[in-house]
Write a protein that binds this ligand. Structure first.
Ligand code: DAH
Length: 358
């Protein structure tokens, strides 16, 4: 039989064990060893029955007192450990969404991809859909249907890559312009039509400003009411936004394309500052695209009634726009796959397509 001193020791041992329990599992162990069926406290309670009534009462009260304190301490510790478990979980499962990617370990977006996305984003806001057409094209869609008949001098201007004829005699070329998508779109869908068609085109030409493969974006709007004023506004809005120049200087110069009538070329104002090109201001002009009202003969070729339908088309070189916007001097470097060049002129995946809203 233990005296008061023993019980004091027991109490401080039990409370100490509770305090030292580092996890809920250990705490449960401590509880079972103290208050479980075979626990130390339980054992002492059982011994009470062998005591004389007076002693039993006194001893019983002491034991109950200890038991209560241990229970309270257990509950307290349990709450503490629960809170800690939750805190740990919150810390471990945190996802820091503000953490930025490490640019040095990433590749870059090629300026042509970036500029293509920028162009698409601007025209998409104006309600244009994106259309596509084949790069290996038949002579009809690349030339004839666009009012460029055989022996037309415009064919020679294009330095075409000719492909072997098809078995049925169809003449094939690598498309020299994205204008083929105009024909394919007008044949495939009814007006109103409002598309742009970015893509690769090919011409047998190579120097500082020409590569055998380059990129164009074509535009086509056909409905019953579109006129030259719409064309002008559309091109003006696009250029201002693309070059991030709200007061962009721009002029339409009469020109000739077989598939548009009237036709124009568009220049934007620029000036040279110690060899560097400044876009949008100054007294020099830089040609950036061709456009015009769709020639009635082209509409006819696509089965559209020129008395009813009309619209405009435009075409521009993506590579050239990229050179102008981002100050890239030599077109050929676009396709050298030089990693230092790509690092310098490339874009991070998180760069938004540019424009006034950038
Ligand atoms: N296809 C022309 C070229 O490659 C560019 C062009 C000019 C496209 C005028 C058009 C246009 O749609 O209307 O030089």
């Amino acid at each position: 039989m233990r005296g008061m001193a023993d019980l004091d020791t027991l109490k401080s041992e039990l409370l100490d064990e509770v305090n030292r329990a580092k996890s809920l599992d250990v705490l449960e162990d401590v509880r079972v060893k103290a208050l479980g069926k075979k626990g130390r406290m339980t054992g002492l309670m059982k011994e009470l029955s062998s005591l004389a009534p007076e002693e039993r009462k006194q001893r019983g009260q002491e034991l109950n007192q200890i038991k209560q304190e241990v229970v309270i301490k257990l509950e307290e510790r349990q709450r503490e450990l629960n809170r800690k478990a939750l805190d740990d979980k919150l810390v471990n499962e945190t996802l820091d969404v503000s953490l930025s990617i490490r640019p040095e370990s990433q590749g870059t977006i090629h300026p042509i991809s970036q500029v293509t996305e920028e162009i698409i984003a601007i025209f998409a806001r104006m309600g244009f859909a994106v259309a596509e057409g084949p790069q290996v094209e038949d002579d009809y869609h690349n030339f004839t249907a666009l009012n460029i008949p055989e022996e037309h001098p415009a064919r020679q201007m294009h330095d075409t890559f000719y492909m072997p004829d098809r078995k049925d005699g169809t003449k094939m070329v690598l498309r020299t312009q994205t204008s083929n998508v105009q024909i394919r779109t007008m044949k495939a869908q009814k007006p109103p039509i409002k598309i742009i068609a970015p893509g690769r085109v090919y011409r047998s030409d190579s120097d500082q400003t020409h590569t055998p493969m380059f990129h164009q974006v074509e535009g086509l709007v056909i409905d019953e009411a579109t006129h030259f004023g719409h064309l002008r506004g559309c091109i003006y809005d696009f250029c201002r936004e693309f070059f991030n120049a709200p007061n962009l200087k721009m002029r339409f110069r009469p020109s000739y394309f077989p598939f548009t009538e009237p036709s124009a070329e568009v220049d934007i104002g620029c000036r040279r500052n110690k060899g560097e090109l400044v876009i949008g201001e100054g007294d020099d002009w830089m040609e950036i695209l061709g456009c015009g009202m769709v020639n009635p003969r082209v509409l006819e070729n696509c089965g559209l009634d020129p008395e009813k339908y009309q619209g405009f088309a435009f075409g521009m070189g993506i590579d050239r726009l990229a050179m102008l916007k981002y100050g890239i001097p030599d077109l050929r470097t676009f396709f050298d796959s030089d990693l230092r060049w790509l690092k310098h002129y490339g874009f991070l995946p998180i760069d938004m397509p540019g424009g006034l809203t950038r």
